[in-house]
Design a protein around this ligand. Structure first.
Ligand SMILES: [Cu+2]
Length: 239
């Protein structure tokens, strides 16, 4: 069956758009151009995952969602955090597998991206760091040949003696290394300059077929209730 509905703008709404809308409603994933794939990764940030600086005993927590669009070559990061020991001056995307120190995995910082807007420790003096609880939204624009150093970082981790300039570095490599679980988000504070909380990014859970069935049943149920309500109203009006 092929759905075609005229929109207000005169465009044609294809079944792919219906699917996008449905996915959007069900999982909060943005509608995307027909030929784009959105890759979504999530992390829970806490002190237990911190390796650098001798670890962390902070009670702060946070969460991150990182999405990559393979047609726009964007990396969008949304981070939420609570109860840091003080204001935060930096939050980063780093390269290191879970449980591994960044200074071991990527000693020359080939892969690095700043996620919040106050990227210098100078903010402590001027009191304009990001707050101890807050949110950040960041969009990094890359290109097809730009994996932000991740191919290089991955190669260095596999073979520390490799010549970094000979290693691949593409957007596809970045997706690859995220799929491997080798990128994390961390947040820095004055008390924990090497990281107060850290969260290893993993592939976001996609609803199972059985979950989809429940979602569809749920939608059908809402529709049926609305239909019943309408009928009842009509009957009341008649009465
Ligand atoms: Cu960092």
């Amino acid at each position: 069956m092929r759905f075609k509905v005229k929109t207000i703008l005169g465009g044609v709404f294809h079944e792919k758009d219906w699917f996008n809308c449905f996915v959007r409603a069900a999982g909060g994933i943005a509608a995307v151009p027909a030929n784009a794939t959105i890759y979504e990764y999530t992390a829970t940030l806490n002190a237990a995952q911190v390796v650098d600086g001798g670890g962390s005993t902070s009670t702060a927590t946070g969460s991150a969602i990182v999405t990559l669009d393979d047609s726009l070559y964007t990396v969008t990061t949304d981070v939420t955090w609570q109860n840091l020991s003080g204001p935060t001056d930096r939050a980063h995307l780093h390269f290191a597998p879970i449980g591994v120190s960044r200074s071991d995995a990527d000693p020359n910082t080939w892969f690095f991206h700043e996620v919040i807007d106050n990227p210098t420790t100078a903010c402590f003096a001027t009191n304009n760091c990001a707050p101890s609880s807050g949110t950040a939204h960041d969009v990094l624009q890359l290109s097809v040949n730009d994996g932000y150093g991740v191919g290089i970082a991955l190669g260095l981790f596999n073979n520390p003696l490799a010549d970094p300039t000979t290693l691949p570095n593409s957007f596809a490599d970045l997706i690859n290394v995220l799929n491997l679980g080798d990128i994390y988000v961390d947040m820095h504070t004055e008390l924990y300059p090497l990281g107060e909380i850290r969260g290893q990014l993993g592939v976001a859970a996609v609803p199972e077929p059985s979950t989809w069935a429940l979602i569809i049943l749920g939608f059908a149920g809402v529709g049926f209730m609305a239909y019943r309500r309408r009928n009842k109203d009509a009957m009341l009006r008649v009465a």
